[in-house]
Each structure stands twice: as C-alpha cells, then as structure tokens.
Design a protein around this ligand. Structure first.
Ligand SMILES: Cc1cc2nc3c(=O)[nH]c(=O)nc-3n(C[C@H](O)[C@H](O)[C@H](O)COP(=O)(O)OP(=O)(O)OC[C@H]3O[C@@H](n4cnc5c(N)ncnc54)[C@H](O)[C@@H]3O)c2cc1C
Length: 477
C-alpha cells in the first residue's frame, strides 16, 4: 500500500493529535512550558466529546456528548486557567441530581450534605457519616484521585477513601444503607462506572460523583458544551498554539517531525496509526485492552418541561431512572453479558430548565442514554422513552423532535468512542490504574505519548490525562 501523504501542517516543537478536553489540556500545558504547539483535529469542529450542535430542530442546542461538568468545574488543571475570562459560565441547577421512585417521591442530591441527608429518610445519618470527612477535604482528595498511580499526597485520607471506593456498589449500599430508596439512589450514582454493580471499584464512581456534588455541584455550561471547548481553544491561542481542523491522521508518518507527539486517541487507534512502529509485545498489550459497554443516546426538542411525577425533579439538572437497586443491577449486569433489559437504567439531563439559551422561548431540550453492549446495533429508543414515561407520565406528548445516536453513529462522530464506549476503555480494577498499559502515557516510540481518557485518571471531562501526559513529556526532556 502506498504511504499516506504528509499532512500540510506547520513544524512545531509539539504536535497534539485530537482536540478533546485531554488533547486541549496537553496542548495548553506544553504551550505554557514555552513549546510551540500544533493541535491537529480530524473533525471539522474541534472538541471531541465536548461539542454542541442543533441535533433536532433549528434553535435547539444539544450537547452531542458530554453535558454535565462537575469534573471540569473541579479539575485541578482547568481551575488554574481562568476559563471564565475565556467565556465559560457554569450554570448550577439548584439540585445536582434527582432519583424519582415509583411512589412519586424522590431522593435529591443537593450541594448541602444536610439537605441531601434529609431526602434519604432513615439513612440520612449514615449517608452524612459516610461522606462528611471526604467532603470537608474534597480538594485534597481530588488531587490524588485525578492523578496517575503514585504515592498519594494525602495518604491517610486517600487510604480511608480507597477502602470504601474499592468495594462493589452493591456491597457498600448494603453495608451502609437500610432503605431500598437510598440503596437505589446510590446504585444510580455508581452505575456511572459503566460496570456491573457487583464489580470491585463500582462504589468508587458513586462516591466520587456524590463528593463532586457536595464540593461544587453538577453544572452545565451556559450556551452548550462547545463553549467550554471554545474557551480552552482561546487559552491555547493566547499562548501561541495553532489549531488545524479537518486533518484526520491515518498514520504517524503523515506528521511533520516534532520534539514530542501527544495522541488523544485510544489503543485500538494507536495500533492502526502506528502498528508497524510498535514492538510486538506492546501491540499484544494494546490489543488485549478492554473496551467497555457502549451507550445508546437520545436528544429531544420538547414543547414543555418533562412532567415528573416527583415534582422536585424539575429542580435537578440530572435524573437517574431505575425503580430499585435490583432493577439497576440487573440492567447493568445483563448489558455487560450482551443482553439489554426491557427496563434499562437511564441517565437523563435537562439543561434548558436552567439555561434559556438552549431552546426557543418556552421550549426545552433533554438528553438521555442507556448502556448497551459494545457495538450494539439495535434500537433502544422505545425502551428509553418508556422508562421516562414511567416516572413522568405524559412525557411522550411533550416531544417535538428526537435524535437517536447508536454506538456506530457515536463512533462515526468521534473515532475515540469505540463501539459506543464513552470513557476510552472499561474502568475495571486493572484498567483504573494501569491504563492502557503499565507504561501509562509513554509508548515504545521515541517522543510519542498517549494523552486520552485511555490513560490515567480515565474518563470524564477534566483534562487531567492530557495534563499529566504533558508533564511526562516535560519530565523526559
Ligand atoms: C454521549 C456522551 C456523554 C458524556 N457525558 C459526560 C458528561 O456529562 N460529563 C463528563 O465529564 N463526561 C462525559 N462524557 C465523557 C467525556 O466526553 C470523555 O471522557 C472525554 O471527552 C474524553 O476526552 P478525550 O480528550 O480523551 O477524548 P475525546 O473527547 O473523545 O476527543 C478525541 C478527539 O480526537 C479526535 N481524533 C481521534 N482520532 C483522530 C485522528 N486519527 N486524527 C485526528 N483527530 C482524531 C476526535 O475527532 C476527537 O475530537 C460523555 C461522553 C459521551 C460520548
């Protein structure tokens, strides 16, 4: 096969391929260190998992992928960038999360630990006891949680948290909580792990998300996710970085020579892009890397807000749907085994209730997804809408238009979403720390580094994978 042509790119000290939040963070950190930087993006619009578009009707702005930004708001690196000066305004719903139940009540995750505990009935005190020591020191904790494996900065605190976080979500829910409702509420949080809730570490996802809600809340970005990307691009430009969109990189050989190349891509793409340059042993490790469950996503343009039976859910930016711990556990377990359930665990966000720029006056937007087997080709739209209707009778009558995104659609939108996996590879016990291999950011190719969510600390919009990859480059030079 003939070698693919060289791309027409400027020659700079560093080249970053991929403009997701990690690619952007890596590019910014390199530029801060005085390196000239080119950021190369395959799509015409930069941002990767942080983009918005009119997916349904004109005048309705939808976040194509990520939408809810506790990790971005609390990110130790993003917090140093004064993103508000570059146009980011975080919008905080009064309640981070609502979990409605069949009887019309709901558990609510507030900024205040006490107010949250008050919605958890008999378990309020246990919840408070579980969380208060961590919430009081959330910044110290995040410094260690959003980092590659290393000796922790705050070992005692990290050890105390780790002891709980390493448990399975079901194990922790049964150990701490007596009521079905609190166990269900915790299961909804822990299901963000995108793993069966019997697996070790799934409690960690629930604890981190609850911690972030009490630390800062779960904000949206006013005007849509793209505004966050635009702000990061603005920071990069202010440091002299250059951006080249519409340049898909098939092979490393297409890039100009550079002192360092940082790749915001996942292992499978690295094998395609650089397979012939990689030793067999590293190729084998990459090909054994485990991708996780995918998602099936829907966006709606709505005539009116979602009519939740538990009315307080209209105060919440995010809603988790699943009647009880067993239903959520079964949903995740079966999808992991390749068989979706009739009543999937559904994760929904309703940004226009708190950000009027998202839809024409009086109209609304919402988005939801459920987990599906990796590469799933079926249609989950009926199951998702039925699950919403169960807790918000009349929902279907509110719909003006809908958009569906299957795993294949998502991967077409962004090749990092392999089989619909939204976090760059399963966050199993082995892959939480040694991600994607024990060499973390470094690859066997001289001066070529990985910087995507397939490196520590993993999925989510925090930019810390990019930041630490850049630090690894700087430490080596
Ligand atoms: C539907 C969905 C909902 C989500 N919701 C949330 C949420 O609410 N909150 C949250 O914190 N996280 C959420 N996430 C996860 C979050 O979006 C990701 O963890 C994050 O975007 C990962 O960032 P990244 O920089 O590693 O990669 P990405 O954001 O995936 O960016 C990778 C970029 O690299 C480009 N690229 C890939 N290959 C090439 C190539 N060969 N040549 C050139 N360019 C290339 C891609 O086009 C893309 O722009 C969600 C993800 C999805 C898909």
């Amino acid at each position: 096969m003939p070698a693919p042509p060289k791309l027409d790119l400027p020659q700079t000290d560093a080249i970053v391929v991929g403009s997701g939040p990690n690619g952007l963070a890596a590019a910014i950190r390199m530029a801060q260190a005085g390196w000239s930087v080119t950021l190369v993006e395959g799509a015409d619009v930069p941002g990767g998992g942080v983009r918005s578009a009119a997916l349904t009707l004109p005048g309705y702005i939808h976040d194509v992928c990520s939408s809810v930004y506790p990790l971005a708001a609390c990110s130790p690196f993003f917090r140093t960038l004064s993103l508000e000066k570059h146009g980011v305004e975080f919008v905080y719903p009064p309640v981070a999360l609502g979990h409605p139940f069949a009887d019309g009540s709901a558990a609510l995750l507030h900024l205040s630990l006490e107010k949250t505990a008050a919605t958890l009935g008999a378990d309020g005190r246990s919840y408070q006891q579980l969380m208060e020591g961590f919430v009081a020191r959330w910044q110290d904790l995040l410094q260690d949680l959003l980092a590659p494996p290393r000796f922790p900065r705050h070992p005692l605190l990290f050890g105390r948290f780790g002891k709980q976080a390493i448990r399975s979500a079901r194990g922790l829910a049964h150990a701490y909580f007596r009521t079905d409702q609190t166990r269900t509420f915790f299961a909804g949080l822990a299901a963000h792990s995108i793993l069966p809730l019997e697996k070790l570490t799934t409690a960690g996802a629930g604890l981190v998300l609850a911690l972030l809600a009490h630390a800062a809340g779960w904000p949206f970005v006013r005007g849509g996710a793209q505004q966050l990307t635009n702000a990061l691009l603005s920071v990069l430009r202010s440091l002299g970085g250059q951006i080249a969109t519409g340049h898909f990189v098939d092979s490393l050989d297409q890039l100009p020579p550079a002192r360092a190349t940082l790749l915001d891509i996942t292992p499978r793409q690295l094998l395609k892009m650089a397979g012939n340059h990689l030793p067999q042993s590293y190729q084998r490790k990459l090909s054994r890397y485990l991708y996780g469950m995918g998602i099936f996503k829907m966006d709606w343009a709505l005539h009116q807000p979602i009519p939740w039976r538990a009315r307080e859910c209209s105060q919440a930016g995010t809603i988790h749907l699943g009647a009880d711990l067993e239903e959520i556990s079964q949903s995740e377990r079966q999808v992991w085994r390749g068989q979706p359930t009739q009543r999937p665990y559904v994760l929904l966000s309703q940004p226009s209730l708190f950000d009027s720029t998202r839809a024409p006056e009086g109209k609304h937007t919402a988005w939801a997804y459920c987990h599906v087997p990796n590469g799933y080709t079926g249609d989950r739209s009926r199951a998702i809408e039925n699950q919403i209707e169960r807790f918000a009778p009349g929902f279907q009558d509110c719909i003006a238009a809908r958009s569906l995104l299957s795993p294949a659609d998502l991967e077409k939108h962004n090749p990092n979403l392999v089989g619909g996996d939204i976090i760059g590879g399963a966050m199993t016990l082995g892959q939480v720390f040694l991600r994607p291999t024990a060499s973390l950011y470094r690859t066997p190719i001289q001066s070529v580094y990985l910087c995507s969510s397939s490196t520590p600390p993993g999925g989510g919009v925090h930019g810390m994978c990019g930041y630490f990859a850049a630090e690894a480059v700087l430490a080596a030079k």
